[in-house]
Write a protein that binds this ligand. Structure first.
Ligand code: CP
Ligand code: NVA
Length: 325
């Protein structure tokens, strides 16, 4: 059996030392290479081939919001690459007593090789990245979730062998997930059809940016309020929670507005039998998606969650490993 040639540095995107705050931090070819590297890393893992280019490296992880997948996949991923994760509880850091985020970033850079942070304000992440001298990775902000998209793209790439030209229907909230999907579609030339309730559309500035880039990449960004129109003929149907972390006060109002946007068996029938169902998880069963879709034959959600590990290992290797020429 021939093994993927991961010892060849040319296989790695040239991203050493860069931050990953949003997908638009990468060029289309770097993003494509990251996804391909994710698949190769996954193959090595399945073959139990040790791949530890980050031996001796430490990744600091700071979570201002809850997490299951991001927390565990980063911790396991850096461990499998030969390094270690250091989870820092923000309430026990001196930041809780007023030390600035910038000073914290400068200090952490003295000790660790990368920082992954989940927080609300994207601006806060940008400030951390500006101050830190090591790569900073966005583990979710209110605006973007690039690491989730890497796993989503890997999942679709495994299924179709390509990303360019795929049609993705995104049904639900114009959330951080929708924003990251706009970036992915624009960069990679995918057709993205977003169906949101009126008033919950993604940021128009980002949509305009995405459309301008999509015009060059061969992709498209289509907005509507009609979930059936969005999913018709789609290769993938994607949804996110109706109430994101931090929006709990809007729960009742959001549940009322989003009820016609539930992904259920009838909507998947409109999409057709070849469409796959994706969800970033955690899912709220019976709200944005029904059990029969989430657990049904078109659902790839648990493989998709598993791909967080492989996609992020590719990201960590690309950002943190020294390139050897
Ligand atoms: N999809 C995702 O980011 O999951 P967690 O919130 O569990 O990390
Ligand atoms: N939009 C969701 C994504 C969770 C992974 C949130 O921000 O809570």
């Amino acid at each position: 059996m021939s093994l993927p040639s991961l010892s060849m540095p040319a296989d790695w995107p040239a991203l050493t030392g860069l931050d990953c705050l949003r997908l638009a931090d990468f060029s289309p070819s770097d993003l494509t290479q990251l996804v391909r590297l994710g698949r190769e890393v996954k193959q090595l893992s399945a073959l139990k081939v040790p791949f530890e280019p980050l031996r001796g490296s430490t990744l600091a992880m700071i979570f201002d919001k809850p997490s299951t997948r991001t927390r565990v996949s980063f911790a396991v991923g850096i461990h499998e690459l030969g390094g270690q994760a250091l989870e820092l509880d923000p309430s026990t850091l001196q930041m809780a007593r007023g030390e600035s985020l910038e000073d914290t970033g400068r200090v952490l850079s003295q000790f660790v090789d990368g920082i992954m942070m989940r927080t609300g304000s994207h601006e806060k992440l940008a400030q951390l990245a500006e101050a830190a001298s090591v790569p900073v990775v966005n583990g979710l902000s209110d605006d973007f979730h690039p690491c989730q998209l890497l796993a989503d793209l890997l999942t679709l790439y495994e299924r179709h062998g390509r990303l360019t030209g795929l049609a993705v229907a995104y049904v639900g909230d114009g959330s951080n997930m929708a924003n990251s999907w706009i970036e992915a579609a624009a960069l990679l030339g995918m057709g993205l059809r977003l169906a949101t309730p009126p008033g919950y559309e993604p940021d128009p500035t980002l949509v305009a940016w995405g459309r301008a880039l999509a015009a060059r990449s061969g992709g498209s960004i289509h907005l509507s309020h009609d979930p059936r129109e969005a999913v018709c003929g789609a290769d993938a149907v994607y949804t996110d929670v109706w109430v994101s972390m931090g929006q709990e006060a809007e729960q009742a109002e959001r549940e009322a507005a989003f009820a016609p946007y539930q992904v259920n068996r009838l909507l998947m029938q409109v999409a057709g039998p070849d469409a796959v169902f994706l969800h970033c998880l955690p899912a709220h069963r019976g709200l944005e998606v029904t059990d029969d879709v989430l657990d049904g034959p078109q659902s790839l959600v648990f493989e998709q969650a598993g791909n967080r590990l492989h996609a992020q290992k590719a990201l960590l290797v690309s950002l943190l490993a020294p390139r050897v020429r």
